[in-house]
Design a protein around this ligand. Structure first.
Ligand code: ATP
Ligand code: MG
Length: 566
């Protein structure tokens, strides 16, 4: 494509609201134009990138037998009421009415319509599993559309849905998708982790999020360099291998110690003469109407999700001062396991390994010191704390590190939630009607563009990975007024194009500096620069990533390009 004829409005003007590097570079490189908050026009370069992303997605979906279709964006409210999401999704769901007053949702995903699509059409167990996907615009009235294409109000998503007659068949397809997604993100050259995650509100249970590692990311993940273990910090398990009691420690006699006016756990620890991880803290919680005293090390944070899972509760709040005094017989700031009343006492696993430690004495102004395991009663121990950097990973392979991630995709076992709500069934071998097991699988196509740029850039601009680059070769004619440069450029353009490469040919009458800057900014992986040495039959081949330039005889250009893309 001739650069003089296409539309790549590169600019230095970036609005101050563009915080993310990817957002700035998308604007600078003339790839997007904002229409309104969270709504963008994809300019020609971005459109090429999208087409490449979609090509990779289609190739990998073909391999796992997923079949493409295209569903409408305009979705009658009737289906959304049937699934219940009309009421559950709140303001995030874009709603509108037609001239007759009939209500519609603008698709944020398409579980309802895929169910409506297969209803009475996918009827026999013999047709299962069925695996359908689309690449289509989505709408979500996000609270804060931001960071360019990372969080749009209108964006492009690949959404896939599978139908099964057994949980085993669902798991098989889930794993196919998991592998396909890994291949796809590998081909995008993204550094990512597949993170076992919580299901949020879609209603399934088994799910992985694919998180591209990037500082700008909104999710924090716990991972280790030593294996592919990764988990959402909200759910990452803390293993007991993290704790030990030093062998041969000397058990001391428990004592009551007056500890007036000690405010923080650090103060108390210092006053009691122990490190803070040997100062026990106790939290009084009220969950589903029952009281709990949760015992932890002083410096650990309670993970509410783990607490709720462990206790099988769903509504948790802190007990009030009055409840602590009147029900539990204790007092704020001095809670502990000795003599606590009317509650379950549960301990984080770590406290099994505390020794000669302090704890509240349930009496204003007093703590015990030299407390040891077995001195008090605990109803149950669980993993209750938030994971920390440096903890041993659940798979014991190494130490945990934290990283920020951008969720670029998610795979999800939905189970029968939607098929039951929408009442869609197939007939099994005995002619009985059963609800389908379903899975759903999403990739944020437009978000991926930004995620790639976040990971692939330098101070000059974008550095596209080969598979998604808008063009394979950027052919730059340095001075189009010089006949020999123009002729040679035209010749190379024809040759490269007919050899099957996609070429952006800078044939503009611009200054050399402008052209070089634009080329580095746009970030096509390989540049072929036709300049002064054209008269000698020599051009410069430059790799965008390394910025390495090599003088190359024109007879060798094709083989050089071929080598790069082999
Ligand atoms: P998030 O937690 O980031 O809001 P989500 O978990 O709600 O995302 P899903 O329903 O899992 O999103 O949608 C599938 C994929 O679509 C996500 O993994 C993400 O890549 C992409 N996506 C979701 N919301 C947006 C958005 N507002 N803008 C761009 N891409 C999005
Ligand atoms: Mg998600």
């Amino acid at each position: 494509m001739r650069q003089s004829r296409t539309f790549i409005p590169t600019t230095r003007e970036v609005p101050s609201s563009a915080e993310a590097i990817s957002h700035k570079l998308l604007i600078k490189a003339g790839m997007v134009k904002q229409v309104s908050a969270g709504v963008y026009t994809y300019l020609p370069l971005a459109t090429k990138v999208i087409q490449n992303i979609e090509r990779v997605i289609r190739e990998e979906h073909d391999k796992i037998g997923a079949v493409e279709l295209l569903m409408p964006l305009l979705q009658s409210e009737d289906y959304w009421k049937e699934s219940g999401r009309w009421y559950k999704m709140g303001d995030e769901l874009m709603r509108l009415k037609d001239r007759k007053g009939a209500g519609y949702a603008l698709s944020p995903t398409a579980e309802e319509i895929i169910c409506q699509t297969v209803n009475n059409m996918l009827t026999s167990y013999k047709q299962l599993p069925m695996n359908l996907y689309q690449i289509q615009t989505k709408f979500r009235d996000e609270m804060r559309p931001r960071l360019g294409l990372l969080r749009g109000k209108e964006f492009i998503m690949k959404d896939g849905y599978s139908f099964h007659d057994s949980p085993e068949s669902l798991r098989e397809t889930y794993l196919d998708y998991y592998n396909a997604y890994s291949n796809i993100f590998d081909r995008f050259e993204l550094k990512y982790r597949a993170v076992k995650a919580d299901s949020g509100n879609i209603g399934g249970s088994y799910t992985h999020e694919f998180q591209a590692l990037a500082e700008i990311g909104e999710d924090t993940i716990a991972y280790t360099e030593e294996s592919d273990y990764a988990a959402n910090i909200e759910t990452a398990a803390v293993v007991e291998q993290n704790y030990t009691i030093p062998s041969g420690f000397e058990k001391k006699e428990r004592e009551l110690l007056e500890t007036p006016d000690q405010q923080t756990i650090d103060d108390i620890a210092a006053y009691c003469g122990v490190e803070v991880n040997r100062a026990m803290k106790a939290l009084a919680l009220k969950a589903d109407g029952e009281f709990y005293l949760v015992l932890m090390r002083g410096n650990d944070q309670l993970n509410d999700i783990k607490f709720m899972k462990a206790t099988g509760t769903s509504e948790v709040e802190m007990a009030t001062e009055q409840e602590i005094e009147e029900v539990m017989g204790s007092v704020v700031g001095y809670m502990g396991p000795f003599g606590i009343k009317n509650c379950k006492v549960i301990g984080d696993n770590a406290i099994k390994y505390m020794y000669n430690h302090s704890c509240g004495a349930n009496k204003k102004g007093y703590h015990y010191i030299n407390v040891n395991p077995g001195d008090y009663e605990v109803d149950a121990y669980y993993d209750l704390r938030m994971i920390e950097e440096g903890d041993i990973a659940e798979d014991l392979s190494g130490k945990i590190k934290f990283a920020k991630g951008i969720e670029v995709g998610q795979v999800f076992e939905l189970g029968k939630g939607y098929s039951e709500a929408m009442n869609i069934t197939y007939l099994d071998a005995n002619g009985r009607a059963n609800h389908f097991y379903m899975g759903c699988y999403g990739i944020g196509v437009s978000r991926v563009i930004s995620a790639i740029i976040e990971q692939h850039n330098d101070e000059k601009g974008i550095i596209w990975p080969k598979e998604v680059a808008p063009f394979q070769v950027h052919l730059v004619c340095v001075d189009v007024k010089k006949q020999e440069q123009l002729e040679l450029s035209e010749k190379l353009y024809a040759e490269l194009t007919s050899a099957g490469y996609t070429v952006l040919y800078d044939d503009r009458a611009e200054r050399a500096g402008v052209k070089f800057n634009d080329a580095d900014l746009i970030g096509i992986p390989l540049q072929v620069v036709v300049g002064k040495k054209a008269t000698e039959g020599i051009v410069e081949v430059k790799e965008r990533k390394t910025l390495e330039k090599v003088d190359t005889s024109i007879t060798e250009v094709l083989s050089k390009v071929g080598q790069f893309y082999k």
